[in-house]
Design a binder for this molecule. Sequence first.
Ligand code: SF4
Length: 408
Amino acid sequence: MGRLGSEEQNEQKARYHSIILNVDLSTGKIEKLAVPSEDLDKFVGGQGLGMKILWDRLKKPGVDPLSPENPLMFMPGPFSGLPVPSSSRTCVVTKSPITSPVKSAYPHASTVSYSNMGGFFGPEIRFAGYDGIVVTGKAKELSYLVIDDDKVEIREGKKFKGMRTDAFDKAILTELGDRRFKTVYIGPAGENLVPYSSILHTAGRAAGRGGMGCVMGSKNLKAIAVKGSGQPGVADHTRFLAALEKARSALYGSAYAKSWAEQGTARAIVANSNAGTEAVRNYREGTFLEAHKIGGDAARRDIWVKDIACYCCPLACKKSGMTKGKYGGIVHDGPEYETGVMLGSNLLISDMPGLLKAIYTIDDLGLDQISTGNVIGFLMEAYEKGLIDRGFLDGIDLKWGSVDATLQ
Ligand code: SF4
């Protein structure tokens, strides 16, 4: 990457900003770096460009994912911020702390990882004038980053230490005094370097896979807030509009898209159970006889109160549920396929309000839903087989299907 200002950069401007925001939390240095046009052409999308930057930045093998050298990147794609269906996704790219090869000469030498999240964060990065954010270094104290177009600040965030994500989501916007900021943040799990912690974004979106929250926690970075006033451009407006129309018409006419909009990924919970391919009882079985109690039809009937779209997505596949009774008092996203299966069928839980409460709690702590469901399923099996006892589990009676034990 080099400095800005060449004619080449102006040509690229029609498609990309050609600018990455680079923040070093150790030195406090904040700079805009130009992205070579060759990289933009060859490595398309947030994942592609993020991987190229990671390749350039990790100069030697064996860099510890939790060291200040490991860059944590938030990479939207070239369509992000434009009204292209399903293009609002953001790739969080880094070297992962959870895929270390056992007994390696480099115990922390792990694979690269990207985690893809929907919502509004990627488009806002583009509105602020960047094609991505790269964070390196480690802040001395818990901090957060505020990006308001060109104005970028690292702020001290000690008062937010230990705060769970639901409370923090509200607290940070109150602190900033402007609800137009879009935020990503970690919970207590990321702060405490739990390897499978996630980065959360408003309304239950998460970069859950690969230990992204753990890397963010290792940098003492609680949150990033971004707000922009610009717009990304396109190279050929007429052709862009024609392609957009075609993409939208294909979606609006499709039965698949209709079912996706109706139930999101939860549509697959019952179907996969019927096909015998569900994760059930810690992956020992493939069919859950009570799948119909936690599937899309049951959720639509019993708990879903709102369909939510990511930026400019006509599918609105995110579903927000509300529960009453013993596990009531929460409004949260879910179940989706992964959350419904890993915390439902995999643990033999068929109590819908209890399932939503478990999903909420895991997001609230800032843990990855899939890995957490795996760990609890593994422990339930070990408990069933007498390999561990209640003493090992701090007194928890971790029986299959128990919502209370899962919440504990
Ligand atoms: S609303 Fe659903 S389909 Fe649309 S971008 Fe978000 S997650 Fe993807």
